[in-house]
Design a binder for this molecule. Structure first.
Ligand SMILES: [Zn+2]
Ligand SMILES: [Zn+2]
Ligand SMILES: [Zn+2]
Length: 182
């Protein structure tokens, strides 16, 4: 009495013929021929983004002390030479305020005369090094942070939102004392 059950169907798990998954990769290539308008936009944007995170001329800056930072003038200070009223540059070496290359070029002349090459724009708080011919990243360069922060405070009435700062961790220490149960 043995029921010979279980004689199931023969399992046909082996499928012949693999399917090709995605063989058509030449459909993506068409998009690149859009003309040179896209290229121009990309170029301008790349020039702006490339802010240096280091600069050998930072050594010329005075050490950031409370005394030195107190010399940072109001962002609406006028050019010390031609008295142009707005969008001037602050020389970070001597804290002189001078107008841009689009006005009377006094900051540029100042660099050529005195070799003071690092300046902060009071229009957007970007930092430019004339010697490097490049923007400097005020958020990632430690030497620039104090003066950038003071300028931001003077211009906007609040401190800049820095990315990740040890200084901020120190400030947050006042919250750390609370002992949570669970
Ligand atoms: Zn000027
Ligand atoms: Zn100067
Ligand atoms: Zn430089």
């Amino acid at each position: 009495m043995s029921s010979a059950a279980g004689a199931g169907e023969p399992s046909s798990s082996s499928r012949p013929g693999k399917e090709r998954e995605e063989g058509a990769d030449d459909s993506n290539r068409k998009v690149e021929d859009e003309g040179d308008l896209g290229l121009e936009l990309y170029g301008a944007e790349a020039g702006w983004v490339e802010a240096r995170t280091s600069c050998p001329h930072l050594l010329a800056m005075p050490a950031a002390s409370a005394d030195d930072l107190a010399r940072v003038p109001a962002p609406d200070s006028q050019c010390s030479r031609c008295h142009h009223p707005s969008e001037n540059w602050l020389c970070l070496i001597c804290k002189d305020v001078l107008c841009s290359r689009f006005i009377n070029k006094h900051m540029l002349y100042h660099y050529q005369e005195s070799d003071h090459c690092i300046a902060l724009s009071f229009s957007d708080l970007s930092v430019w090094c004339f010697a490097c011919d490049s923007y400097l990243d005020a958020q990632s360069i430690l030497e620039l942070r104090p003066v950038y922060e003071v300028a931001h405070l003077l211009k906007f009435g609040e401190r800049p939102p820095f990315r990740s700062l040890e200084v901020l961790d120190l400030c947050n220490g006042q919250n750390g004392g609370s002992s949570s149960s669970s």
